[in-house]
Design a protein around this ligand. Structure first.
Ligand code: GLP
Length: 248
């Protein structure tokens, strides 16, 4: 089934405005129709669709502009699926890869296993209302999750599968947040220009003292805001709950 014409046009506008600063003016209905050869009605539908998705704003008498679209995600041990649904967005995924390979030194150190032990790497594009939000690369110990390859992670939530099928009870975790520049190979998938700023959320989630998952989520910086409840500073002598680390 081919996408309706207005949807194709909306996708085209989307790739043109990706990475454009908030407030950038976009083509009018008439300009769009003239440039692409579609009818004014199709051009209007495409713009309406993007306005509905919150990607463009229409200002009476002035035109249409790139809107600020930011999803606020809490700093909690919740899944992408839960976070997006809680904010009224429909989550979906595209599986970019599912591989089993030796862990290597870095993953082995994170999981406390041998570098030669098998590791699953699941890579997905995560979308909210069809808009690319993040690329997630999840590492899991192959020995702990036999049969994981039988799930269709374009539909299934990883956390639901881990808890419902494998009985995992997440009870702790850590999340490091880093600013960076999008990797060249991820830019097109995320719909941002090369060199666009990103936020990397690197999560290790644990169950009974063992690391279950090590995931890097790469969000275009313009699409994500993080929020955390903050508490009074911990009493002298007790462990700090978070730390600012200086990157060198
Ligand atoms: C969040 C976490 C990831 C986790 C993912 C699971 O995005 N930061 O570490 O892998 O949720 O999401 P889901 O259960 O929707 O597949």
């Amino acid at each position: 089934m081919t996408a309706p014409k207005y949807r194709e046009l909306a996708d085209m506008i989307l790739s043109e405005i990706a990475g454009a600063p908030v407030g950038t003016p976009t083509l009018s209905e008439r300009q769009l129709a003239d440039q692409t050869g579609v009818s004014r009605m199709t051009a209007r539908r495409a713009i309406d669709e993007l306005v509905r998705q919150g990607l463009l704003t229409r200002e009476v008498g002035r035109g249409t502009f790139v809107a600020r679209r930011v999803v606020t995600v809490p700093l909690q041990l919740t899944s992408f699926t839960e976070d997006m649904r809680a904010r009224g967005y429909e989550p979906s995924s595209r599986v970019l890869g599912f591989e089993t390979a030796p862990a290597g030194d870095q993953a082995a150190a994170v999981f406390g296993i041998e570098p030669a032990d098998s590791m699953i790497v699941l890579s997905r594009l995560r979308l909210a209302d069809g808009i690319p939000m993040a690329i997630e690369r999840s590492h899991l110990r192959a020995a702990a999750f036999p049969g994981l390859d039988s799930y269709d992670f374009s539909h299934d939530s990883l956390y639901s599968v881990l808890t419902e099928r494998y009985g995992v009870l997440f009870d702790a975790g850590e999340q490091v947040i880093r600013a960076g520049i999008v990797h060249d190979e991820d830019a097109a998938t995320l719909g941002v220009p090369t060199g666009a700023p990103v936020l990397e959320l690197i999560r290790t989630s644990e169950s009974h003292g063992r690391v279950v998952e090590w995931t890097t989520s790469t969000y275009p910086a313009a699409r994500l805001e993080l929020s955390a409840r903050i508490a009074p500073a911990t009493a002298p002598g007790s462990e700090p709950r978070s730390a600012l680390r200086v990157r060198r």
